[in-house]
Design a protein around this ligand. Structure first.
Ligand code: ZN
Length: 299
């Protein structure tokens, strides 16, 4: 059994130029949970000037009649975001920091060390009230400096765990990972921290390797994966590239190899097609276009 954290409503929509209404976002959340998704990153608490698609974060959460047993996370990047998150109705806090110094300098104008010095005390405080997942962006490569040192990934993991984070997600923010690298980093992670620390993987399909990377992660022992309905989203550093690994393609792959997901793929495909109709383009998801393999085998 694997679990999926659906990030399309946050990571996906945040990187789309078409802005959805609050009502559409709420409909999307409901369709996802109705399909069996139990874990979602629904919003981010960032300045609306920087990310207009997330301006209605609180409103989305308040308008959504969330079914029981659903975990909903909000992403925050700094103290102000964390405070907003803690005053909202989320059940889990996601925080994120890039492992690459060059990436942090370009995006946040500060070094990794300065960024962590600001973020970690807030994480420590928040972790007393809510479960915190730390997402380590650029864990597999940086668009500015290239290779990212595995020891830097482990050292940042250590700091977040020490501050009280209960789960770590290694993020391939700009689609630079390859399957062998994924296996190696996951093995290193488990040998350093043991297999009891929940570890998730977050891939973007920027270079077409996302599903191969998911499978490599699974074979190395990972059972938590982030994914985005329809493959929504994109990559701010490769404007023509596609988004996160596609949820329904990922679910389809696992069902084909007899790994359960707890998700109803038919309902998920209907949800993906509905969401696609809200955009003036087709979404990258492939099974939503080709149909399930098992359907073809029957006909
Ligand atoms: Zn992402």
């Amino acid at each position: 059994m694997i679990t999926i954290c659906e990030v399309g409503v946050r990571d996906g929509l945040q990187n789309e130029s078409t802005l959805l209404s609050t009502e559409q976002k709420v409909d999307m959340l409901s369709m996802l949970t109705d399909s069996g998704v139990t874990d979602l990153e629904a919003v981010s608490f960032v300045h609306p000037k920087h990310v207009p698609a997330m301006a209605d974060a609180e409103e989305v959460l308040l308008s959504w009649d969330r079914p029981a047993g659903i975990e909903v996370a909000g992403l925050a990047l700094n103290e102000r975001g964390i405070q907003r998150a803690l005053h909202s109705t989320i059940t889990k806090l996601h925080v994120s920091m890039a492992v690459s110094n060059a990436f942090n300098q370009k995006n946040s104008n500060c070094s990794v060390e300065e960024g962590l010095a600001n973020l970690l005390p807030n994480v420590q405080e928040a972790a007393e009230d809510i479960s915190v997942t730390a997402i380590l962006a650029t864990s597999f490569g940086c668009p500015f400096s290239g290779k990212v040192n595995e020891m830097d990934v482990l050292s940042m993991t250590e700091k977040f765990l020490h501050a009280g984070a209960s789960k770590i997600v290694l993020g391939d923010t700009t689609g630079m990972a390859n399957p062998y690298q994924v296996k190696q980093l996951v093995r290193l992670f488990y040998s350093q921290f043991g297999e009891n620390i929940p570890l998730g993987l977050h891939f973007h399909n920027t270079r077409g390797l996302a599903l191969a990377n998911v499978l490599a992660g699974y074979e190395a022992g990972v059972t938590h994966f982030d994914a985005s309905l329809g493959g929504l989203g994109g990559c701010p550093y490769a404007p023509l590239a596609v988004g996160n690994v596609c949820t329904e393609d990922l679910v389809h792959m696992f069902h084909e190899i007899d790994v359960t997901t707890g998700i109803n793929l038919d309902k998920l495909l209907t949800s993906a097609r509905t969401v696609e109709s809200w955009f003036p383009k087709s979404l990258p998801g492939m099974v939503m276009k080709a149909g399930k393999r098992s359907e073809l085998a029957r006909s």
